[in-house]
Design a protein around this ligand. Structure first.
Ligand code: LER
Ligand code: MN
Length: 293
């Protein structure tokens, strides 16, 4: 059994001599600029980081981008491919983290700026052939979200889903744990939003760190959103690299392999004990787990 991660669905079961490590692709989050977000192994010095990531055996990078107007997509494409990598996804959380843009802000001009910012990210994702992530830029809400907030969220998501569909970009909405926002914490809440949106180019990004906090069973939740998983984040229970905590990754990856997921397994974890060591230990553990699966 193995996860087929080249976008063509799951490999038939009858390939006993297939090297599963070759079928699964791994990426790691890399910020194009300095950022205050802690759970990133790498930030800054793009070129050096790309070579390092490739040398550890990763197939791709997930780029965390504050503002697409700050990056040159042609140059990024060139640097990434000369390192022998691909871009798995474009993350947008820094638009919230650094600039406090959100799809549900009380102020319409902030919502408008958030949508415009995300339009830029969509163009970048199209240029890089990458999935676009919607994490905290949807909005940080405390307490039960009101009907009005939910409507604002749907309005914003509809605008960006339509633009992304025109550009052939897939959007992955990430359920995020309750300590960061109360707007979409669980896979079920994510699936509800997808149902209300009814857009085929919008799915979920599921993250083992958030699922460990919010889901009664990570494996059942993965099965529940089978067919709608557009991206997959891995971190252990303590948000360190897989293997540094107590999550049962062989079981989690087995559940993922039973879905039709064809994307990257992307590392988003704390840079401990150092960015380099965390990145290396992550890929070693992940490759071992996948072989076990
Ligand atoms: C982003 O992918 C994430 O998982 C969040 O915890 C960011 O705040
Ligand atoms: Mn995540």
């Amino acid at each position: 059994m193995g996860v087929r991660c080249d976008g063509r669905g799951q490999e038939p079961e009858s390939h006993p001599d297939r090297d599963v490590n070759k079928a699964v692709k791994f990426s790691i989050v890399l910020s194009t600029h300095h950022t205050s977000f802690a759970a990133l192994a790498f930030r800054g010095d793009l070129n050096a980081n790309l070579s390092r990531i490739a040398s550890y055996g990763y197939d791709g990078v997930e780029l965390a981008v504050r503002d697409a107007s700050l990056v040159n997509s042609t140059e990024i494409r060139r640097l990434v491919s000369s390192a022998g990598l691909e871009v798995s996804a474009v993350g947008t959380g820094q638009a919230w983290g650094e600039d406090r843009l959100s799809l549900v802000d009380d102020d319409w001009s902030v919502r408008k700026k958030a949508v415009e910012r995300l339009f830029g990210h969509i163009d970048l994702a199209a240029d890089l052939d990458a999935v676009l992530i919607i994490g905290l830029v949807r909005g940080v809400v405390r307490g039960t979200p009101s009907v009005a907030v939910r409507e604002l969220l749907l309005d914003g998501l509809r605008s960006i889903a339509a633009k992304a569909a025109q550009s052939g970009v897939k959007i992955a909405i990430e359920p995020i744990n309750r300590y960061e926002t109360s707007l979409i914490n669980t896979v079920s809440e994510g699936l509800d939003i997808l149902g209300q949106l009814g857009a085929r180019n919008v799915g979920l990004l599921i993250d083992t760190f958030h699922m460990n906090i919010e889901e009664p069973s990570i494996e059942k939740s993965i099965r529940q959103c089978s067919g709608r998983i557009f991206h997959f984040h891995v971190a252990d229970s303590n948000r360190r690299y897989p293997g540094a905590g107590h999550l049962d990754f062989p079981s989690i990856l087995r559940a993922l392999a039973e879905t039709d997921y064809g994307g990257y397994i992307s590392g988003e974890f704390l840079p401990l004990p150092s960015p380099e060591e965390a990145a290396q230990r992550a890929i070693e553990s992940l490759k071992a787990y996948v072989t076990e699966v």
